[in-house]
Design a protein around this ligand. Structure first.
Ligand code: BDR
Ligand code: CA
Length: 323
C-alpha cells in the first residue's frame, strides 16, 4: 500500500483526481486531504473537499483546512474556469463530519510521523504549493517521512495563466521555489504533460449516457450526474470551449502513482522565476543539451512530458464509470 496525502483546491479537475484516487483505495492508503486557496477561496475549496469526500463515499478520510493565501501575494481564484463555487454549476452542501480541527501543516506532520518506522508518505499537491512549502519550512524534520512529491504544476513550454506561467506555480511561485529546492524526490506533472492528457467531448458525453441509462432503470446515478455537470461546465469554460476537449491536469498525478508505465519524462534541473514581471511563475530548466554549461546543474525533478493517451483516457473513464 502506498501512503498518500492529497493537497488540493477543488476545482473541477481536482474533483476528478479525488474521485479517481478514492476508487483505488485498495492500493492507495489516503492519509488525509488538505485544502489550499487557488481555484477558489479557502472557505469554498474546503467546503468542496468535504462535499466531494461525501459524494464519492470517502468521508472517512479527514479533511484539513490549509493556507488562505499564497506566501507573498494575494490570492487570485479561477472562477472563470471552475465556477463561482469551484465545482462548475454545483452549489455544494456543507458537510463537516470529517473536518479536522488540525490545520493542513500540522495534519500532515502528525500523519507522516504516525507511519511505522521506515515507511513514508507520497504527497500529491494538485493546487498551489503553499501548504507544502509551509510544512517543509515549519517542520524540516518531516522530510525523512516523505517518499516523494508528485505535483501538478509548471511547464517547460507555455503557460496557461500568463503566456509563460502555469496557474498553480504562478499562484505561489515562492512556495514552488521552496519545494523545488527541498532536495526531495520530485515529479512534475506540468502542462507539457497535462495539456496532452485530455478528455474529448464525446467521452464526457458517455458519462451522460450512462447516468441517463441508470436513471431510467432507477439505479444510483447522482455521482455520475454531478461529474457530468462539472465536466460539461469545464468544457464550456473559456479555456476549452473552442477545443471541445478538457485537460485532465490533476488526475495525472494519481494515475502516475497507479500506472507509472503510462507516462514518460526526463530529469531536469528546474527552477522558477520570482520576479514581478511577465516571468513571474515561469518554470524553466537550467540544464541544456546545447552546451556543457548545463552540466553544472544537478537534475532535481522528473518532468513528465507525455502519456499513452488512449490508455490514459480509458483508465479515467473506467474509473469514473464505477461510480
Ligand atoms: C491547474 O490549475 C487549476 O486550475 C487546475 O485545477 C490545475 O490544478 C492547471 O494549471
Ligand atoms: Ca487544482
Amino acid at each position: 500500500m502506498l501512503h498518500v496525502w492529497i493537497d488540493t483546491d477543488p476545482g473541477i479537475d481536482d474533483s476528478v483526481a479525488l474521485g479517481a484516487a478514492f476508487k483505488h483505495r485498495d492500493s492507495l492508503d489516503i492519509l488525509g486531504i488538505s485544502t489550499v486557496a487557488g481555484n477558489q477561496t479557502i472557505e469554498k475549496v474546503t467546503t468542496n473537499a468535504l462535499y466531494l469526500t461525501r459524494l464519492f463515499g470517502a468521508d472517512d478520510i479527514p479533511v484539513y483546512k490549509g493556507a488562505n493565501a499564497p506566501l507573498a501575494r494575494a490570492s487570485h481564484s479561477a472562477g472563470h474556469i471552475h465556477g463561482e463555487f469551484g465545482l462548475g454549476p454545483i452549489k455544494p452542501e456543507m458537510f463537516t463530519d470529517n473536518f479536522s480541527s488540525l490545520n493542513a501543516v500540522d495534519g500532515m506532520k502528525k500523519a507522516f510521523f504516525a507511519l511505522p518506522d521506515g515507511e513514508k508518505a507520497t504527497i500529491l499537491p494538485i493546487g498551489p504549493l503553499t501548504n507544502i512549502a509551509l510544512l517543509l519550512k515549519t517542520y524540516p524534520e518531516v522530510k525523512d517521512k516523505i517518499e516523494k512529491i508528485v505535483f501538478m504544476g509548471g511547464s517547460l513550454s507555455c503557460g496557461n495563466v500568463t503566456s509563460l506561467a502555469e496557474f498553480n506555480v504562478w499562484h505561489d511561485p515562492e512556495a514552488a521555489h521552496i519545494v523545488l529546492k527541498s532536495g526531495l524526490k520530485l515529479v512534475m506533472c506540468g502542462l507539457d504533460l497535462t495539456m496532452k492528457c485530455t478528455l474529448p467531448e464525446e467521452y464526457i458525453g458517455r458519462i451522460r449516457s450512462e447516468y441517463l441509462l441508470r436513471m431510467e432503470k432507477n439505479e444510483e446515478h447522482k455521482t455520475l450526474q454531478t461529474l457530468f455537470d462539472m465536466l460539461k461546465f469545464y468544457l464550456e469554460s473559456p479555456a476549452y470551449r473552442d477545443k471541445r476537449e478538457v485537460a485532465m491536469h490533476d488526475v495525472c498525478t494519481v494515475l502516475y502513482l497507479l500506472y507509472p508505465e503510462l507516462f514518460h519524462g526526463e530529469m531536469h534541473a528546474v527552477d522558477v522565476y520570482l520576479s514581478d514581471d511577465i516571468c513571474r511563475g515561469l518554470t524553466y530548466r537550467l540544464d541544456t543539451p546545447y552546451s556543457d554549461y548545463g552540466d553544472k546543474y544537478e537534475p532535481n525533478v522528473l518532468v513528465l512530458n507525455g502519456a499513452e493517451n488512449t490508455r490514459f483516457r480509458d483508465v479515467v473513464m473506467e474509473t469514473l464509470l464505477r461510480y
